[in-house]
Structure formats: C-alpha cells, structure tokens
Design a protein around this ligand. Structure first.
Ligand code: PMP
Length: 459
C-alpha cells in the first residue's frame, strides 16, 4: 500500500539510504568542515536553520556567483534556493558588488544618511505605490523581521489597540506575536516548535485561516485589533494563493473596523518589481520588503501611506524617537543603502522580472509533466518567479491544509536526491526561485533530477 503521497515508505527509505551514501562519498571536505564546526557551534553551524539541510551535514560553500555555487569539494551546483530569497538577485551581481566595494572604502556606517537614501525611498515608492493610495514613506531596517516588528509597534501605538491578527501557519521572521496557531478547538496556542514564547500568544494575537473572510470579520468586529499582518500569498507553508476577491474584501473589512493592513512582501516580491501590491493593485497601509533588496547585503525596508505616517509622526516625539522600540544602530547604514540602490535600479529591474517569471513557468511545466507521467497525487503552484510542488492533488486554500500535505521524509529524500545531482532547493519546502542570472539549462537540470527521483520512487 503506498502512503497518501503515492510513495511506498519502504521504497522511500531504501532510496534515501542510497542518496545518503552517495552524498557522504561525494563530500569529504564538506564533511571535515562540518566536523570542525561542531566543536564550537551548536549543531555545527553559525545559524541553527543551516542544520536542517538533508544529508547529515550541510555542504559548505567555497564560492557563489550568479545562479550557481561551488562547494568545498569543488562541485558546481545550480542554486534554486538562493539563500531562501536573500540572493534572489543572483549571487554577487556586478552592479551591487561594485557599489558595495566603492562604499566600503568610503565609510560603512555613520548613523547619518547618505545620498543613496532618498534614491532608495523614491524607487520603493515607484514600485509599491498606486496613484490613488501611494505607499510613499519609507524606513530602512536590516531584516524583514525588524521591519515587521516595527510596524506592529507603530500599529499598536497609533490605534491604541493591542492584538494583531495573523494567518494560521504564517511566517514573518522572529516576531513574537506571529508564533501562534489554532488548535483543533479553534483556540490560539503556540505553534509547534515555538522556542521560549514571552507570553501566551492568545494575549497578543488573533489567528485566522487564510482565505477565510468570516473568521477575520469576527476578529475585526471586536474593535480591538490593531493590525492585520499577512503575506498577500502565503509562501512559508508552501504557496497558498488568495481566492479571487479575498484582498478586496479584507481591505474593506479592515477599513470598516479601523484596523491597519500590513502586507509583508518579503517573499512575494517574486510576483514582480512591486510585489503583489503592485501586481494585484492592493491598498495596504504599510508594506514590508526585505532579504533580497540589498542583493544579499543585509537590508530591508517598510513603507507606509502618508496618512499612517502622519499619525506616527504626530504621536512619537523627537525627544523619545530613539528609545521607543523602533529603529536600530546599523539600520540604514551606508553600505546597505549603496547595495540596495544598485540592486533595485540595476539588477532586480522590471525587465529582469519578465525573464525570471518565464523560467519559473518552465520549471513548473517540467515538474508537472513528471508528476502527470507517473500519476503522482501532487500539484505544482507558481507565484511570479517562485514555484513549488506539494504532496497533495489540489492547491490548498489555507495554511492548515498546506501543512497537512507535508511529508518530511519524502521532502528530505527529494532535496538530497536533487543535491546529489547538483541542484539546491530551499530546505523548508519544495520550492524553486529564479534569479536574473538563472538560465534554461539550470531549470532543465532540475527537471532531469526530478524525473529520476520520480522513477526511483514509483517508476
Ligand atoms: N517575512 C517573510 C514573509 C519571510 O518569509 C521571512 C523569512 N523567511 C521574514 C519576514 C523574515 O526575514 P528575515 O529572516 O530576513 O528577518
């Protein structure tokens, strides 16, 4: 009897064992580096998530360029993970590298603005604004986490309300309020894996399923919700696309109940130069962008409407502006701004997105043809230049449904199998991202590996 995923557990286990042996044989130098790292780093890595790669130890990178990287064992890989979006620009794009090198020699951080600041704010305004409701006031942070955290604070401050509403199975960075999920009885509880929650999340957070307008209306009708924070399409539990009309109705409801609408475009920048906000004509009160806008150099930003900005500025006095929980010493530093200006104006350009999207379509078509050939009960979803497959026959409508289709063992196998064929996928999902440097041959390398995997599992 095959499992729900269409794959026999015993066959999967045998195939995974083969891949583990191949991985170890192929990577003696990476294994030695991993061993050395275990002496002084928990999990042997500088950031705990890096332990989650399949294979028992992570490949160590010697060099990354464009859509490829070379590991310490000298193998060249196609990178479809791209630093889980941090390198959606491609690795070390020329304009960013030149701007960073020039700025590094002229001062890295002074806690003073440089001329690049206004250029970046203008470019972000051009991308995310609509004529009727411009998002035209921007602040820089180093991470998308910080941008989200700051907007949550501003939202509470100006609305004088406490709870924020998020989507079940969301991810917005290490923002305390967002580590909440619904239990089977509909109560707000810590999401599995939550580490050291500061307070029970029900005290700070309302949780609703994505695409469920009745649920969000019930929460907003209490008149106590400061902000709704959401990705316009969920991307962190796999991709979950909004129903037609969902965003329009959500906007109406938030306006009616005096709740701010914060759209986190950190991942959904994949939908185009202005994310889903521009692609779908959304009208948020605030937008978050991060990860990739500095071409890999830490840089993120949040944009607000001028109406929201007026409320913020009117309620935060200059004397207290540095102690209120918004801002950071290194945020808006000269190096990040130089990198962001170059990346936005010369790398992740409007034209680049057209080519990136075409490649994601090709990737999705390739995977879909293999899935159909083998009759696997899986589906493929795409949002702009990001695409993924999931182990369920139909696209999910909310996070819990997406989570239910997960199969960790199968995912580990597919990722390791691809890695052994020199293709890197994001460790947390079966997702591929296209950069301006990605080419058709990179997509084809994945399709070939995936066809081989399907044949090994069910052929
Ligand atoms: N928002 C979203 C939608 C994300 O996917 C992430 C990271 N995966 C973040 C925010 C946080 O980004 P960072 O870890 O760079 O702070």
């Amino acid at each position: 009897e095959p499992a729900r995923t269409g794959v026999h557990a015993a066959r999967l286990a045998a195939a995974y064992a083969d891949e583990l042996a191949r991985f170890a044989a192929d990577h003696p130098r990476c294994a030695a580096l991993a061993e050395r790292g275990r002496a002084h780093m928990p999990y042997g890595v500088p950031m705990s998530w890096m332990a989650k790669w399949p294979g028992g130890f992570p490949v160590h990178v010697a060099e990354a360029s464009g859509a490829h990287f070379v590991c310490a064992d000298g193998h060249e890989h196609v990178d479809l993970c791209l630093g889980d979006t941090g390198a959606m620009s491609g690795h070390s794009p020329g304009p960013t590298v030149r701007a960073v090198a020039a700025q590094a020699a002229r001062g890295i951080t002074t806690m003073l603005p440089t001329a690049d600041a206004a250029v970046v704010a203008e470019e972000l305004t051009r991308r995310f604004g609509t004529a009727e409701r411009p998002v035209d006031q921007w602040q820089m942070t180093l991470t998308a986490t910080d941008a989200n955290r700051h907007l949550v604070r501003y939202a509470r401050h100006v609305t004088r309300r406490q709870p924020v509403a998020v989507m079940d199975f969301c991810y917005h960075g290490t923002v305390d309020e967002t580590f909440a999920t619904l239990d089977p009885d509909g109560r707000v509880v810590p999401r599995r894996g939550t580490i050291g929650a500061p307070v029970p999340p029900a005290t700070t957070t309302a949780v609703v399923p994505f695409n469920d307008l009745d649920a969000i209306e019930r929460e907003l009708a209490t008149g106590t919700v400061a902000a709704v924070l959401l990705e316009p399409a969920m991307t962190n539990i796999g991709i979950v696309l909004p129903d037609p009309g969902y965003h329009e109705a959500l906007r109406d409801l938030t306006r009616r109940h005096g709740t701010l609408l914060v759209v986190d475009e950190t991942h959904t920048l994949c939908a185009g130069p202005g994310g889903c906000t521009a692609a779908w004509g959304l009208e948020p009160d605030a937008v978050v962008v991060g990860k990739t806008i500095g071409g890999g150099v830490p840089s993120a930003a949040f944009g607000m409407t001028s109406q929201l900005t007026e409320r913020v500025v009117a309620s935060v006095g200059l004397e207290d502006v540095d102690v209120g929980g918004v801002g950071g010493t290194l945020a808006g530093n000269a190096l990040s701004l130089a990198a962001t200006r170059a990346t936005l104006t010369e790398v992740l350009t409007d034209d680049a997105f057209v080519a990136m999207e075409r490649l994601a379509v090709a990737w999705a078509d390739g995977v879909r043809s293999v899935v159909e050939r083998h009759g696997l009960p899986w589906h493929v979803t795409r949002l702009g230049c990001r695409a993924e497959y999931a182990f369920a026959p139909r696209a999910p409508r909310h996070g819990a449904e997406a989570a239910a289709s997960d199969d960790f063992a199968l995912q580990q196998y597919l990722h390791l199998q691809a890695l052994n064929r020199r293709v890197l996928l994001t460790p947390f999902h079966n997702m591929a991202l296209m950069s301006p440097a990605t080419v058709d041959a990179d997509v084809d390398a994945h399709t070939r590996a995936f066809a081989e995997a399907a044949a090994a599992l069910v052929g």
